[in-house]
Design a protein around this ligand. Structure first.
Ligand code: NMX
Ligand code: MLT
Length: 441
């Protein structure tokens, strides 16, 4: 059995050699061109960073270390963390070893609860989660080791240790803040010997064994989505300045709290419940179309639909739909989600044509993303406080963010600093200099 530190000790020299020869061989080749529209438009489609933990293919969705998500959907969260980090599906001993690391690191300092209890009673759960992670920065081993003068080669060890500490504590913090924020009683402590997902379910105080299965699936599905999404990209940038794991992950999660990113999951359920409220239960397809067009014509987005990279139904949505069909087929909220899935892509296609006629951008992807269905499953098991849903997304995504951070420190990835240009630069230079030609509409 290899301890994760020993395992990384063996892997990292190989990764360093690979990166060195990659840069030797391809370092001066072009990866991407950037148009002025892309520079304005969130760098969409610009290949501008290296990330090996996972890949998002527009026509396939999430691929983790070469495995399409739905082929490895039965992996538990701790297994997927090891896969993200090492590139290998762990064996039982490796997984048990990580679980023991978590058992040893899961205690949450009392000052975290004091801070959470001192926050305004109606604080958003994401603000509470981020506050808890930021105060935990007090524990950062990297921060102290850096001040003592460690070498660059050793950074990854401290990032790994900080990551393990954070990942071990996150389920307890997230579950505890749920109980404090929604008056469910005192936080429930971590149970040694129980896996990450089951521990989280238990600490929330929801005892149904099917909910435990859902938590393992949920925490696995949200783990990573390559390097360019808002949270991972933010975490990458902040970490590149050698901000420790706590600062970096907290920054990334502040991005996840955006309505167009992870906060879309709370908005989805809000929207589904509003539809059911408006039509007194599951609507007809026509009522759903009317509701959706009304929202769109009033300038609102349909949460849970569309994606910056994907051009097909998100396999994470498909996986949740399969879970729902198996465990809660009769649930009215879940059935409304299914009806929305059967109706909204056509509505968005028609609306997109309307937009184009008005000279606006088309909607690039009319299919559901990860957030379209997950809330209905949580709601079914009694997790009805939907402002909490992005917290669940967060504890899972922390695995992707931390594995990217550890690998970046191991590979000595430099500080992020793209060049910006101003309006005058574009007006005076673009189209006139070689390499800045018009490429067509
Ligand atoms: N409903 C209404 N309009 C939409 C939608 C939607 N679901 N998706 C895209 N559009 C609009 C978009 O607002 C943009 O309008 P404008 O040019 O007037 O600003 C236009 O269509 C073109 O956008 P796209 O190129 O299709 O999408 P983009 O890559 O810019 O944005 C999202 C991707 C995910 C931000 C966008 O599809 C969206 O806002 N979806 C709803 C929110 C959501 O579900 N977010 C969760 C994403 C997954 N996650 O967990 O992070
Ligand atoms: C994610 O999981 O991060 C979202 O699908 C957004 C993205 O990939 O841009």
């Amino acid at each position: 059995m290899a301890n994760i530190f020993d395992k990384m000790e063996a892997i990292i020299p190989v990764l360093r050699d690979q990166r060195e020869s990659l840069l030797d061989k391809y370092g001066n080749y072009k990866l991407s061109d950037v148009t002025v529209k892309q520079a304005h438009g969130g760098m969409r489609g610009v290949k501008g960073m290296l990330c090996d933990t996972s890949l998002v293919e527009p026509d396939k969705g999430l691929i983790i270390r070469g495995y399409p998500l739905l082929e490895i959907k039965n992996l538990w969260p701790e297994e997927v963390f090891l896969l993200l980090l090492t590139g290998q599906i762990p064996d039982k001993a490796d997984t048990a070893d990580l679980q023991m690391e978590y058992d040893a690191r899961a205690d949450i300092p009392d000052y975290v609860w004091k801070v959470l209890r001192a926050m305004p009673k109606d604080s958003h759960p994401m603000a509470m989660l981020d506050a808890a992670i930021l105060v935990l920065q007090h524990e950062s081993e990297f921060y102290h080791a850096y001040n003592e003068g460690i070498t660059k080669d050793e950074y990854w060890r401290y990032y790994l240790s900080d990551s393990l500490n954070l990942l071990a504590k996150l389920p307890g913090i997230a579950a505890g803040l749920y109980r404090i924020r929604f008056d469910k009683g005192d936080p429930i402590p971590w149970t040694k010997g129980l896996d990450w997902g089951a521990n989280f379910a238990k600490m929330l105080g929801i005892a149904d064994p099917d909910f435990t299965k859902l938590m393992r699936l949920y925490l696995m599905f949200h783990c990573d989505h390559e390097g360019g999404n808002v949270s991972a990209n933010t975490c990458h940038t902040v970490g590149s300045a050698l901000s420790d794991v706590y600062y970096s992950v907290s920054a990334g999660l502040n991005g996840l709290a955006g309505f167009l990113h992870g906060m879309a999951n709370q908005e989805c359920l809000r929207c589904i419940l509003d539809i059911m409220d408006t039509y007194d239960g599951i609507p007809t397809k026509q009522q759903l179309r009317d509701y959706a067009f009304d929202e769109l014509h009033n300038g609102r987005v349909i949460p849970g639909y569309g994606h910056a990279v994907l051009r097909v139904t998100d396999p994470r949505f498909t996986g949740f739909l399969e879970f729902g069909k198996k465990y809660l087929a009769e649930d009215p909220v879940f059935n409304t989600v299914k009806l929305v899935f059967e109706t909204i892509p056509d509505v968005l296609t028609e609306y997109s044509k309307e937009r184009v006629k008005e000279g606006k951008n088309p909607i690039a992807n009319v299919w559901p993303n990860v957030d379209a269905g997950s809330g209905a499953l949580l709601y079914h098991y009694g997790l009805t406080e939907f402002s909490y849903y992005t917290v669940l997304f967060s504890i899972s995504r922390a695995m992707g963010m931390t594995s990217q951070l550890i690998l970046n420190r191991a590979l000595g990835v430099p500080i992020t600093r793209p060049k910006s240009v101003g309006t005058k630069f574009v007006e005076q230079n673009i189209g006139k200099e070689k390499g800045s030609e018009y490429i067509g509409a």
